[in-house]
Design a protein around this ligand. Structure first.
Ligand code: ATP
Length: 310
């Protein structure tokens, strides 16, 4: 049996001659939670759909949970939980009724007790008789997670499960993911645009223009970005923005509250630029780049302008 929950090579998907995903290799060890990041349109959903057996690749091979993604998609679907970006449920049924419906779709034998156990696991007791359409965004996502985990999957593929959900509900959601993966030895691949969520993952993979361009722990991603980052604090620091954007050696500048993060990969160039801009009021100090700095750099390196307008 493979030690990987996902083990795919050379995945490619074309839609009408346009390449959406190209040459994706991914080996996700069992029991780990990985974050899947990348700009809009970079190919994350398409990749997740190929991994789930719902979309056949134009080229490439591999397995999910040991089953061939090309020929054994039914086996994969039975053992995985897939939460789509716009997970839908019946708004005029209660939470419990929704889960009962899903349990029947999965041909679960003892519907009542499995639904009750799921409701307890996900702390939905107080909401079980509420109409699903009246739940807040955070509770709707909780219901979606209940629905996709009720049949005891070994693999979770979650596509931006927390978009539009407030920070507290997002944290609760992630606590649930970690608890469930730990208790049931599940593996999860979760796409997200949130940096704090990426930091909760064992590893992250970063996709750009249909290709996986970086992979590793958050610390490795930051270290491999090769970025040098300086932080500028002081009155009027924001006025430096325009000059910094044009300055040599500065690859990106970002606001961090009242401060600026100025990053580049050529230390001598960026130090020279900062030297030229030094003034008494502004304090410059080198800081460890954060994940957002690293991802902005990756995105810019890949020339993402074309991707976003695609
Ligand atoms: N069924 C389809 N037919 C044609 N083109 C498609 C189809 N599905 C996706 N695409 C294209 O493939 C590319 C990748 O899209 P995909 O939805 O996989 O990106 P994504 O990284 O999930 O984006 P987002 O973060 O916005 O969800 C895009 O250019 C998209 O327009």
């Amino acid at each position: 049996m493979s030690e990987f929950a996902i083990d795919v090579h050379g995945l490619r998907k074309e839609f009408g001659g346009k390449i959406a995903v190209e040459n994706v290799d991914l080996q996700l060890p069992k029991g780990e939670v990985w974050g899947f990041l990348g700009p809009n349109g970079s190919g994350k959903t398409t990749t997740i759909r190929m991994l789930s057996g719902l979309l056949s690749p134009t080229a490439g091979t591999g397995t999910a949970l040991g089953y061939d993604i090309l020929t054994e998609s039914e086996e994969i679907k039975a053992r995985m939980g897939y939460m789509t970006q716009k997970f839908s449920f019946w708004t005029d049924l209660t939470v419990r009724e929704n889960l009962e419906f899903v349990a029947r779709l999965h041909l679960i034998d003892d519907v009542a007790s499995v639904v009750s156990a799921t409701i307890r696991t996900l702390d939905l007791q107080d909401r079980q008789d509420q109409l699903a359409g009246t739940l807040s965004g955070g509770w709707q996502q909780r219901l979606a997670l209940a629905a996709v985990t009720m049949h005891g999957p070994d693999l979770l593929l979650l596509d931006e499960p927390t978009s539009g959900v407030d920070p507290l509900a997002r944290r609760d959601f992630w606590d649930q993911i970690h608890r469930m993966t730990e208790e049931r030895n599940m593996t999860a691949l979760v796409s997200t645009h949130y940096m704090d969520e990426a930091e909760r993952c064992d590893q992250v993979v970063y996709m750009s223009r249909g290709r996986l361009v970086a992979k590793g722990t958050v610390a490795e991603m930051i270290a491999n970005s090769g970025l040098v980052t300086f932080r500028a604090d002081g009155p009027g620091v924001r006025k430096l923005m325009a000059a910094l954007k044009r300055a040599s050696g500065v690859e990106h500048v970002a606001y961090f509250g009242a401060a600026l993060h100025v990053s580049g990969t050529d230390r001598s160039l960026i130090e020279r630029t900062i030297g030229e801009l030094r003034s008494q009021n502004i304090e410059w100090r080198e800081v460890v780049p954060n994940l957002e700095d690293a991802f902005i750099a990756l995105t810019q390196k890949a020339g993402v302008a074309g991707e976003r307008s695609a």
